[in-house]
Design a protein around this ligand. Sequence first.
Ligand SMILES: Nc1ncnc2c1ncn2[C@@H]1O[C@H](COP(=O)(O)OP(=O)(O)OP(=O)(O)O)[C@@H](O)[C@H]1O
Ligand SMILES: [Mg+2]
Length: 276
Amino acid sequence: MTTNTETANTETTAGAPEIRVRDLHKSFGDNEVLRGIDLEIRQGEVVCVIGPSGSGKSTLLRCVNLLEEPTQGQVFVGGTEITDPDVDIDAVRRRIGMVFQQFNLFPHLTVTENLTLPQRRVLKRDKAEAARVAAENLQRVGLAEKATAYPSSLSGGQQQRVAIARALAMGPEVMLFDEPTSALDPELVGDVLAVMRMLANDGMTMMVVTHEMTFAREVADRVVFMDGGVIVEEGAPAQVIGAPRHERTRHFLSRLLDPATAEVGETPERMDKAGR
Ligand SMILES: Nc1ncnc2c1ncn2[C@@H]1O[C@H](COP(=O)(O)OP(=O)(O)OP(=O)(O)O)[C@@H](O)[C@H]1O
Ligand SMILES: [Mg+2]
């Protein structure tokens, strides 16, 4: 249980709400994928979202930057209601960086060009400024020496760090990550998580869908467990992962820790999720 000291500390250090999700519903045809999500993420907070395949984690993230249009409910980013039909979607997306499982780099462009292109197109930065910001962010993710390389010459972990630098170069207020390490060979996961850890320490507001329980335990301020399109429980990582209150959370975590006991259809299907 939280002590009084810890509660006081949380209250004084937490920032203003950066993301607010209210009674969010999303259906694809008859399939109601999100069934009333309420969630608040404060400035500088890192929230990890966990849950079984198909529980709606990606759909939730995609609703937060309007890659999907919610069927019902509201999403606020930094006080702006982005679900307002009159909102400037492009302006909203500029404030939110997104990193996917697939890195989506342009293969015919160098690393630097991958970072400068969206800055020039979307933010209308001039060439020199875009190059300066690109260099700064490549440095941040530890890839300054790869500036002139092409994506195909990089490891998966390096490509993902380039994708993170590309998102950061746009100066987002919030970063959303959808299983950023799931497509990587195990030995490459650590470098990407280290970059995310650095971002968290720098005070970035982050929403991270992940199966990396060690990362969630160590870096998240809060863990949200989703199942069947609802938030089943949320709380401090030590509580949700270490001492889950709900049977569904316990079941999910035990399967994750010991996949050999999973039944067909229960493990995340890694192969058929392109683009989600
Ligand atoms: N564009 C879409 N059209 C139709 N159905 C969709 C679409 N996107 C997602 N779904 C469905 O919504 C449900 C939730 O999918 P979602 O990708 O959000 O789950 P997830 O929790 O991210 O799963 P995973 O761990 O496998 O990535 C699934 O049943 C999926 O088939
Ligand atoms: Mg997903």
